[in-house]
Ligand binder design. Sequence first.
Ligand SMILES: [Zn+2]
Length: 353
Amino acid sequence: MSKRLWSSSRCLLSVVFSFLLLVMVGATALAARIYRVQPGDTLYQIAHYHALTTEELVKANQLATTLLLPGQALVIPPATPRADEQLYTVQPGDSLFRIGQRFQADLQWLRARNKLTSDLIYPGQITRVPKPKYVWNIPALMARHPGKVFLNGTTTAKRVALTFDDGPDTEYTTKILDLLGSLGVKATFFLKGNNIPGQEWVVARMIREGHIVGNHSYSHPNLRKYSPEGIMREIKTTEELVAKITGKEMALVRPPYGEMTEAGLDRLVGAGYVMINWSVDSLDWRLGSTEQIMNHTLPQIKPGSIILMHSASEGGRDLTPSVNATERLIYALREMGYEIVPLTELLPVWAYK
Ligand SMILES: [Zn+2]
């Protein structure tokens, strides 16, 4: 009898104890988590998996030794991201490459910040990814200057515009010009000023062949980091280079990455410029094959679409898929009943001042 009583009171005790433990763990769990050591785990692996250092883990658990026993409970404190980081939990199906695309981080950055020795990552793993630098402010810009900021045309007619950024160059831009010429398509090229010296003839050729040229800044910075004066300097320098070649002052501005400040836009609009972003990003420089570019781009096409592509590459990237996709896209758009027009025929804007 006493044995049974002892057993039931022991049972009760353990329930009470478990409850207390739950409350304690629960309170800790607000800030930290508990991890049960698995056979074969090392302190370094557990720390790494949770974006912590071994020292942080040792401190949080007041460990006297780095030897772990299977089943041992470890308190996992939350990792502290640096000012330019946020934490991301790896999801099933994620790869480092996909995370890089999603958070616009290059692989070098991800490897370094996460101290990765290989590109293998595991679901549940805590990784450091870049914090988004800016909130997408285009709706605010559009509301501030109605009719001066465009993402797409408002037409219901099946008309779209092809736009090519970052040129001129003598490798891909010229191939795209050949292609557009042979297919009778007029497009818009947003020029990067520091690509112009030595390649002026490519700009002259664009104008001669009936295309529109627009301003894509001089050095391709994120203009949200610039003062209105800095923005104007970037725009004016390129404008003057192009004016020397063509005699035209470009009125259409596509800021690099589509980023612009309110104060910068005030200044631009005051000086007679219009800002043109895009509604369809072909991701041509990022996707590896023509097929991928087509599959990504075509489903997004609507009447009035402004399609973003690139005619020059940064850092020697191979843009052959872009060139090939341009040709395929033109055929596909025409098959879908779309007319490809220069921006000035899609939007109520003048190309030049
Ligand atoms: Zn660009």
